[in-house]
Design a protein around this ligand. Structure first.
Ligand code: SF4
Ligand code: SF4
Length: 406
């Protein structure tokens, strides 16, 4: 695709990056076939090719409108289009740049701005989110059914964190909502790794990865959160921690990007590169280390929901499925595994209608093979799916740890 970027952006780092991405796009349209929002809305501007065109226009000097913003807001950032694209267009990075530009030029109304600000404050702070969730859970039995579905029920409490101090150490990202929504997940990861001779360490002060703020277009705030996480992890890395283990693929895809996002910050660029290089989804660690867990697992029939951040963002399509299969699980067939469940960070709150349609389709696909449970790899998807099914929905590492214990 030919480009002619406007002078205001042409020579900036973002302009050069966007230009290189745009030039790779041949406008072939193959990506539209796998785009969830295009499938629902059948509007070219609600598919990747149309959105790329909108972003190109803004980069070339056109004035964005509220309509431009709406089409970009409707994008899930699921990156299914990246997986499909034959020329390797990095759509996810392009839409980040495009959204930032549009956000600076198109003012949102006061109510919407306040709502987005409040969402960012509450979700990215576990000390605010946790108590608010508890209050909601206490009131849950009294709520009307429509509202009740939106408040996740309390899940299993965390089992004890292993005390064993192994020579091998890895750091775990605690995250913002996961400690409240699913406290058992990181404890299960710690218990499984303990069996494998690895101590999982919690770094005080790391908290959120910055992904929520970044995708609400509060990018400067997000970069500050990322610097804080790096500061919290760095002493552990200097003391030999081998990896940063992530049990929420949505966070994993953000931390993997620290090196890129902080590349122009002289104080953090090098550290951020190292952090990204050390970041691993828990499935990568268990795949590499878990051979001795085989044959301990009783056979269970489960459906696996592969989060977009795992398959399209981290490019780990099939990793968990292969791992679970090799450990003795029976995985049911799930149609259209490439499609998003509609959770997508704050998307389920900000775009409820589209999100609910995607959720309905995903639940039907996951339940079509009559599984006994649904396993996944990202807390956002887990809570979103659980709101629409009576089957248990859990992180796969929790199910694995339970099997080992029993
Ligand atoms: S598939 Fe790739 S090259 Fe084709 S229109 Fe989509 S982004 Fe462009
Ligand atoms: S990221 Fe997902 S929703 Fe957005 S354009 Fe690509 S496929 Fe469509």
């Amino acid at each position: 695709m030919q480009t002619n970027l406007a002078p205001f952006i042409r020579d900036t780092p973002e302009g050069k990056e966007a230009d290189a991405i745009l030039r790779k796009c041949t406008h072939c349209g193959m990506c539209t076939a796998t785009c969830p929002t295009y499938q629902l809305l059948s509007d070219e501007l609600d598919g990747p090719r149309g959105r790329i065109y909108l972003i190109k226009q803004v980069l070339e000097g056109a004035t964005p409108t509220a309509k431009t913003q709406l089409h970009l807001d409707r994008c899930l950032t699921c990156r299914a289009c990246e997986t499909t694209c034959p020329t390797g267009v990095r759509y996810g990075r392009l839409v980040d740049i495009g959204r930032h530009l549009v956000e600076e030029r198109v003012a949102r109304g006061p109510v919407e701005s306040a709502w987005r600000g409040a969402l960012n404050t509450v979700i990215s702070s576990s000390s605010l989110f946790g108590p608010l969730l508890k209050m909601g859970q206490l009131a849950r039995p009294l709520l009307p059914p429509a509202l009740k579905r939106k408040v996740p029920a309390a899940t299993a409490p965390a089992k004890p964190w292993p005390a064993t101090a192994h020579a091998r150490k890895m750091i775990v990202l605690e995250g913002c909502v996961q400690p409240s929504l699913s406290p058992a997940t990181n404890a299960a990861a710690a218990r499984v790794l303990d069996r494998l001779g690895i101590s999982l360490v919690r770094a005080a002060g790391a908290g959120c990865c910055g992904g929520v703020s970044f995708h609400l277009n509060l990018q400067d705030k997000a970069l500050d959160i990322m610097r804080r996480a790096i500061d919290a992890w760095w002493p552990h890395i200097e003391h030999g921690a081998e990896a940063i283990v992530i049990t929420a693929s949505g966070c994993g895809v953000t931390v993997k990007d620290y090196g890129h996002l902080l590349q122009h910050d002289p104080a953090y660029a090098e550290k951020a590169q190292r952090i990204s290089a050390l970041t691993r989804d828990i499935s990568e660690i268990i795949t590499a280390e878990g051979a001795k867990l085989k044959s301990l697992i009783p056979r269970q029939r489960v459906a696996f929901h592969s989060p977009c951040t795992l398959q399209h963002g981290l490019k780990l399509k099939g990793t968990v499925e292969n791992l679970l299969g090799s450990l003795g699980y029976e995985l049911t067939d799930v149609p259209d595994t490439h499609l998003c469940c509609g959770s997508a960070g704050t998307y389920s709150i900000l775009q409820p209608e589209l999100s609910q349609r995607l959720l309905g389709n995903k639940i039907a696909a996951l339940q079509s093979g009559a599984p006994a449970a649904i396993l996944t790899a990202n807390i956002g998807c887990q809570a979103h799916l659980q709101s629409a099914t009576d089957l248990p929905v859990r992180h796969w590492i929790e199910a694995l740890e339970d099997s080992l214990t029993s």
